[in-house]
Design a protein around this ligand. Structure first.
Ligand code: CA
Ligand code: CA
Ligand code: CA
Length: 245
């Protein structure tokens, strides 16, 4: 078959389109399922110091050293993930302020020498573990935040694994204010945690980004201060992709 000039020009235009599409397709620049032996270290991940404060009188506050970031295995051994985060116990039963500490920790992924790009896509699983209390005025709020560098947060919300919403006000703000516990979860109680269970949320964001270095900050601000046996969180399947156009 002899192709006429119009169809040749058309096919050239179409192949040009595909080239443009392939040039603009996302390139994976980071992925980690953290499935190494539990206790493995990941140098691209770091933690802030852990700060705590109690609003009762007299106010008690302090700062604990930054822990090393490692992975761990779920109680039912079904999943290995990065964590657990949220802070250690900061008071024992009977001590002033027991149960009344706000504990803050930020875990950061830092990537350097990124290829030239104009946007980034970040995807990950967030594991909300044990007795998060959402907006409870007695046991919360239990807050979680995601931020790129010093930008405004991509996520700034509360999570709840506490079904006593009627009596304890333990609603969560994800995906919208006043949501019931577990709302929007990709899965619930798949990890084997006994104390108020566990939920997994999947998040994905795309945002403009040009710089060769990238810092992604995951933060928790939990109220009670009873440590990771009481409420904690983790991350898994963290993926970062870049798009050149
Ligand atoms: Ca994993
Ligand atoms: Ca709790
Ligand atoms: Ca709490």
């Amino acid at each position: 078959m002899i192709r006429n000039p119009t169809s040749i020009r058309l096919s050239a235009a179409i192949s040009g389109m595909f080239m443009a599409l392939s040039q603009s397709s996302a390139e994976q620049i980071y992925f980690n399922d953290f499935n190494g032996p539990p206790g493995s270290k990941y140098p691209e991940w770091s933690s802030s110091t852990i700060s705590y404060s109690c609003p009762m009188t007299p106010t008690l506050s302090g700062v604990l050293p930054a822990p090393i970031v490692t992975n761990c295995v779920s109680p039912n051994r079904a999943q290995i993930f990065l964590g657990e985060f949220g802070g250690p116990p900061v008071a024992a039963p009977g001590e002033p302020c027991f149960n009344h500490f706000r504990v803050d920790q930020t875990v950061t992924l830092t990537l350097t020498n990124l290829p030239a790009h104009q946007s980034l896509t970040v995807a990950f699983d967030l594991l909300i573990l044990k007795s998060w209390d959402g907006n409870s005025p007695t046991y919360g709020p239990d807050r979680w935040q995601l931020r790129v560098g010093t930008n405004a947060p991509l996520v700034d919300t509360t999570f709840s694994n506490n079904p006593k919403v009627q009596t304890e006000g333990s609603y969560q703000d994800s995906p919208k204010a006043g949501a019931l516990q577990w709302t929007g979860a990709a899965s619930t109680n798949t990890l084997g945690y006994k104390f108020f269970g566990d939920t997994t949320y999947h998040f994905e964001f795309t945002f403009a980004h040009f710089e060769p270095t990238f810092a992604l900050h995951f933060s928790s601000s939990l109220f009670e201060g009873k440590g990771s046996a009481d409420e904690s969180w983790g991350l898994d399947n963290v993926r970062v992709s870049s798009t050149a156009k």
